[in-house]
Structure formats: structure tokens, C-alpha cells
Design a protein around this ligand. Structure first.
Ligand code: HAM
Length: 428
């Protein structure tokens, strides 16, 4: 039997209610912050990610699903959304429409990582990107948005970690300092780490090599190598967070696994997720636009893993309110087409209801068992007896009360008896 690809699970109908619940709440929250949705393709030219996320990062170096299309263009399944959003922003000249553009997206991302709890090969991100302004308050608002998402879902043990990678000059200084420092530990570096020492020494700081852990703990801090303007910017971000009561921890090891960052970087952890406890993360990326060949445009954003969000909500009822559900049951071949017409009319009359027409003629007992399993509220039953009398037997499945009536009376009867659904006046 062909199975799904490892780390790329199906999301089954039983789970979909939870997804739709969080998606709906997230969209409402994004509206509150005046963000507009953007949908970019899941396939992009590989060069986009090489130039943005960075050639020497794990994501681009070993985690992308890449293929050559028709022997010509190298394409990759997107490992993240920021690069695509910036590509689209540039391509569609969005800077002409507004000096400040706030965009969000939700959708699948792909990374060939070793699957484990909270780490998948196809996973979903909510991402937000604010493009056009370099202002500490924009950074504060972005972090506040990520925290709002966490608070909306009352995630347990929310914890914000903050760092600054400074401007290009700060990082250039710090790079040299780190290269010097880690050169002294060369004998314990793996081959991969030796390569990083040359091309991306900041990434050594989140190496998982246990032999290197003591050296990492003692490594010089980027915060001691920030230029004055970078230091001032970072101070203002911290003051802004304090002014709206968002607590944070400074963590100078947050260097992030993507190359495009500068200045503010941040990660939000929650409890109960084990080793994959970072639910959302992001930072400022002022140089990405120019790395992609366009005019330099400051920007900042974050992305949140929706599987991780749902994992941390496990066991919690997500307040999915079941819509009123009506089962229309035709008990023999003759009743089938009447049942179909009645079901169709009910859908038009009560748009908020779920109406399931049971096409397969089976026993009344089996039909009601199905209605019970699907937590239906009403059954509209049409058997030989009802067909002869030209009525429908309408049964309230919660109270077991039942009543015969004409087909065109059902919608009003159900709406009068049930609190929530509204009758479509045009169709009743
Ligand atoms: P990232 O840190 O690579 O950042 O990913 C953000 C979040 O996506 C992670 O904190 C995690 O919740 C989730 N995530 C990442 N990889 C996986 C995986 N394999 N399985 C499940 N969840 C995962 C970015 O992607 C940046 N684009 C964020 C950003 C937006 N920076 C600026 N704007």
C-alpha cells in the first residue's frame, strides 16, 4: 500500500475542526492589527532561498526539497514564507502603493528535517511581515502581535526571548571576534563546524555538539559588539516592550538559523512541547530586499508553527460549536428522490445548518445509528408510510419527540424549535 511521505501527515476530518478554529481566530486577530492576507506559491526558484535564507544555512544546505524542472529551472518547495513575500512585494511594486505594508499568510512549508514531535517535513506556518519602516516601535508591535496570538489561545508558560544582531558593521566586528575565539577550539570542531567557522561563525552558537557546549557558554556576546546606533535601537525596542507590559528575557544566543536577520531577533517558547518548544520566532531583515536585487527596504516579521500551536492546546476543548445537523433519510428507492429534494430545499432555507442526505437506502435503525454517530440534531424520515401520506416524519434526536408534517413546513419548524440557525426568508 502506498502511504503518505514520512513527516508529511494527512490532516483528517476529525482534526479539521481544531484547525479551522485556530485559523478563524488568527484571521480575526490579524484584522485587528490591520494586516492583509497574501498567498504566494509553494514552489519558487531555488535561487530565491539561496539568496535570502542563505547558502550556508541548514535550511538551504540540507533541508530543501529541490528538483530541476524539465532539465532547466531549479525549483524548491518553500521552506519558509518571508523570502516569497519579499519577492512578491518587490515584483508587484507594493512600495508604490504604501510606504508601510503589513502582510500575513498561513500555509504549508517544507523542510527535510528528522521528524519528531513538533517537527515535520510538511508543516504549517502563520507568518506576518511588516515592510517599509525601520522604527523600534514597529519591532515592538510585531512582537506584541506574536504575543497576542499566544495569549488569544492561552498557551501555557509563554516566554519571550530577545536579542539584537545589530547592523552590518556590528556583525562584521562580531564575526571576527567569534572566528578568533572558536579558532582556539578547532580540535573539537566537526568538519561541518570548521566550515561554519569560515563562512558563518554566528551559527556555531546554536551548534548541538555537546563537546562544544562549554565553549559556547563562554563565547563573547554580540551585545558587547553592537555599534552605538544599534545599541540605541535595541534599547528603544526594550523600552517599548516594557511600556506595554510585555516581559522578556535577553538571550544573546538567539542568532536564528536564517541569514537575513539584522537588529532585533526573538523567539517565543511555551511549556509542554519538549525539545521543540519554540512556537514562534522572527526578527528584522533590513537587507533582504537588497539581497534580492531591489532597493534596500527595512522589514520585520515572525512565523509561528501551527502544529506546535495545536500541540500545546492538546486536551483542551477548542469551543468548536457543532452546527445544527439534519439527517434526511429516504428509506427506499421511491423515497430517495423526495428525500434529495427535501434535503436540497433545507440547505437553501437554513444556510447555517449541516444537511446530510443519506442516499444509501438501509434500515431505519442503521440510518439513526449514523445520525447518532455524527451527533445530528434532527432526522427527517421518509418511508413507504410517509410517502403514501405525503408527509415527512421529523424527529428531534435530542428529545426523541417526533412529528409528521408537510415537507415545506420543516425548515420553519426546525428554526422555531432550535435556538441558533436563522431561516433564509427568501427561500422559506
Ligand atoms: P523559523 O524559526 O525557521 O523562522 O520558523 C518559525 C516557526 O516555524 C518555528 O518557531 C516553529 O514553530 C515552526 N517550524 C519551523 N520548522 C518546523 C518544522 N520542521 N516542523 C514544525 N514546525 C516548524 C522562519 O521560518 C522565518 N521565516 C520567520 C520570520 C518571518 N522571520 C521574519 N519574518
Amino acid at each position: 500500500m502506498i502511504q503518505n511521505i514520512k513527516g508529511m501527515p494527512d490532516i483528517l476530518p476529525d482534526e479539521i475542526g481544531r484547525w479551522q478554529f485556530i485559523e478563524k481566530k488568527i484571521r480575526a486577530l490579524m484584522d485587528t492589527y490591520a494586516y492583509r492576507e497574501i498567498r504566494t506559491p509553494i514552489l519558487e526558484e531555488t535561487a530565491l532561498f539561496v539568496r535570502s535564507v542563505g547558502e550556508h544555512t541548514d535550511i538551504v544546505g540540507k533541508e530543501m526539497f529541490t528538483f530541476t524542472d524539465q532539465g532547466e529551472t531549479q525549483m524548491s518547495l518553500r521552506p519558509e514564507g518571508t523570502a516569497s513575500v519579499m519577492r512578491s512585494y518587490i515584483q508587484h511594486h507594493m512600495q508604490m502603493q504604501s510606504t508601510f505594508t503589513k502582510l500575513y499568510y498561513m500555509g504549508p512549508m517544507f523542510r527535510r528535517e528528522r521528524p519528531q514531535k513538533g517537527r515535520l517535513r510538511q508543516f504549517h506556518q502563520l507568518g506576518a511581515e511588516a515592510i517599509g519602516l525601520s522604527d523600534p516601535l514597529v519591532d515592538v508591535e510585531m512582537i506584541a502581535l506574536l504575543m497576542s496570538v499566544c495569549k488569544t489561545f492561552e498557551l501555557p508558560g509563554i516566554h519571550l526571548e530577545l536579542n539584537s544582531l545589530g547592523d552590518a558593521e556590528s556583525r562584521k566586528n562580531y564575526r571576527g571576534v567569534l572566528q578568533n575565539y572558536f579558532s582556539k577550539h578547532k580540535p573539537i570542531l566537526s568538519d561541518g563546524e570548521k566550515a561554519r567557522l569560515e563562512n558563518n561563525p554566528l551559527r556555531l552558537l546554536d551548534s548541538k555538539n555537546p563537546d562544544l557546549a562549554p565553549a559556547i557558554a563562554e563565547a563573547p556576546s554580540i551585545l558587547d559588539h553592537l555599534t552605538d546606533p544599534s545599541k540605541k535601537y535595541f534599547d528603544q525596542v526594550q523600552q517599548g516592550l516594557e511600556s506595554i507590559g510585555i516581559p522578556f528575557n535577553i538571550n544573546e544566543r538567539i542568532v536564528r538559523g536564517l541569514d537575513y536577520y539584522s537588529h532585533t531577533t526573538f523567539e517565543v517558547m511555551v511549556s509542554g512541547l519538549g525539545s521543540q518548544n519554540t512556537v514562534g520566532a522572527g526578527g528584522r531583515y533590513d537587507k533582504l530586499s537588497s539581497d534580492l536585487g531591489a532597493k534596500e527596504t527595512p522589514a520585520i516579521g515572525f512565523a509561528m508553527g501551527l502544529e506546535r500551536l495545536l500541540l500545546s492546546l492538546e486536551g483542551k476543548s477548542l469551543g468548536e460549536t457543532q452546527p445544527v445537523r439534519i439527517e434526511v433519510i429516504g428509506l427506499d428507492e421511491k423515497a430517495k428522490s423526495s428525500a434529495f429534494q427535501i434535503g436540497h430545499a433545507l440547505r437553501e432555507s437554513i444556510p447555517e445548518c449541516t444537511v446530510n442526505i443519506q442516499f444509501e437506502s438501509k434500515s431505519l435503525k442503521a440510518a439513526l445509528r449514523h445520525a447518532d454517530k455524527t451527533q445530528s440534531n434532527w432526522a427527517c424520515i421518509l418511508g413507504e408510510n410517509e410517502m403514501n401520506k405525503n408527509v415527512v416524519l421529523v424527529k428531534n434526536l435530542k428529545t426523541s419527540d417526533q412529528k409528521e408534517m408537510q415537507a415545506d413546513q420543516i425548515a420553519r419548524f426546525i428554526c422555531d424549535t432550535t435556538v441558533s440557525p436563522k431561516l433564509n426568508k427568501d427561500k422559506s
